[in-house]
Write a protein that binds this ligand. Structure first.
Ligand code: ZN
Length: 415
């Protein structure tokens, strides 16, 4: 099973926006692209909104049937591990094996020695075509890499073996993710991670490293854009090398777990994959939930009232809601509007504050990040929330589609 060269991950917390999301993908495909949509949902997200893995499959199938989409599409069991993969076997055909928790865990001396001796031929100055400076591969470096990544790649191979047995080889897409950690992985680290995965028989098709910089939820990239550019470009060269040298699948590509809305680096990624004729997977999720709240605000009446209630509930519970996301949000509390103030806002003012239009005078990234983590509040409202999504489906759907197409796909692929 293979993705198209370009694939785009869509998250949908409340499973109501599948069609709107697919419309955006189809619009890009009408403009000459061939993007595979991938509906992704993590186990953590299912727990918060009380959905089950099969819901994502049903949503994807329903959207594809309703719109007559002819291309390949997938359902991604996002960030799964050995303890929860079983529940995703039947309904997913894309698996993101999250092994970040095993980075730095111990391996046996035999495993370390086997890795070190398999790397003899790469020691010294290693030239990777396309990377200007040769990489210095020392004993110390190799030992450090073994300490950091052998156990994690071993874990990937165990989850892969489970899936291969359950679904049959080549009947699913294999992604390996290590992005949910603090320290970025450099191109040379990526190279040896790929070697380890190849050695252990994991035919990885997309790989999600931790890139340099902060990928906060729902807001733009924060970090050194030049450094990101260099790293991303070198990673592409590393993938080429890994295909030729380690025999990994030729279609292997980078997966960017974007946290959504990394507008300032989207064009860079798009340009580099075009320059080198490479594939790319970009995962988004919460951006659609935020558009639901924007759509309700725009709808006015009960919709606006509910959007305001979501804010007041989140404001009062911000510590609790932010805690699980501490590493991926940066909210300056003194920049948050008071509940009293928000309660006086018009539809326009609310939507403009929340909608991600960089440079818009009303846009407030702090407000946006707080609403981003507040989907738990909406989940608690149950049908009160989803009934309004249905009542205002047209307005909300337009917001969702416009966001994915105009703000994401256009920037990424220069449409
Ligand atoms: Zn991730």
């Amino acid at each position: 099973m293979e993705l198209e060269k370009i694939s785009f991950g869509l998250g949908d917390r409340f499973s109501h926006q599948g069609e709107a999301q697919l419309k955006a993908i189809m619009k890009a495909n009408d403009n000459g692209l061939k993007i595979s949509p991938v509906w992704n949902k993590s186990n953590r997200e299912h727990t918060y909104v009380h959905s089950v893995p099969g819901d994502v499959r049903n949503e994807a199938n329903a959207a594809v049937n309703a719109l007559g989409f002819q291309g390949k599409y997938f359902v991604d069991a996002d960030h799964i591990n050995l303890s929860n993969v079983a529940g995703y076997v039947d309904c997913s055909d894309f698996f993101t094996l999250d092994v970040a928790a095993f980075i730095g865990k111990e391996s046996t001396i035999d495993e370390v020695n086997a890795f070190l001796s398999s790397c003899e031929k790469y020691k010294g100055m290693l030239a990777v075509p396309g990377i200007a400076e040769p990489l210095l591969v020392s004993d110390d470096l190799l030992r450090m890499l073994a300490t950091r990544f052998l156990a994690a790649t071993q874990q990937a191979s165990e989850i892969y073996a489970y899936l291969k047995n359950a679904k049959g080889a080549r009947n699913f897409i294999t992604e390996v993710s290590m992005d949910e950690v603090e320290t970025p992985q450099t191109p040379i680290e990526l190279l040896f991670v790929l070697k380890m995965l190849a050695d252990k028989g994991v035919p990885v098709q997309t790989i999600a490293p931790k890139f340099t910089g902060r990928f906060n939820k729902g807001v733009d990239y924060r970090g050194d854009v030049d450094q990101f550019t260099k790293e991303f470009e070198e990673d592409l060269m590393v993938l080429d090398f890994a295909v030729k040298e380690f025999g990994l699948p030729a279609e292997i590509k980078l997966s960017v777990h974007s946290g959504s809305d990394k507008f300032s680096i989207y064009p860079i990624m798009g340009q580099l994959i075009t320059k080198y004729d490479k594939g790319l997977h970009v995962k988004t999720a919460g951006t659609t939930w935020l558009e639901e709240v924007i759509g309700l605000a725009v709808a006015g009446g009960e919709g606006l009232a509910l959007a305001k209630r979501i804010y007041s509930n989140s404001y009062n519970r911000s510590d609790e809601l932010c805690a699980p996301y501490a590493d991926v949000i940066d909210i300056e509390n003194n920049q948050l509007p008071s509940v009293e103030e928000v309660n006086t806002w018009s539809s326009q003012k609310y939507a403009n504050t929340l909608r991600h239009i960089p440079g818009h005078p009303d846009y407030n990234a702090n407000f946006r990040q707080l609403i981003h983590v507040a989907y738990k509040v909406a989940a608690e409202m149950g049908e009160t929330y989803t009934d309004l999504l249905e009542k205002y489906a047209d307005i909300v759907g337009q917001c969702v589609e416009e966001n994915i197409y105009d703000r994401h796909l256009k920037r990424l692929f220069n449409l």
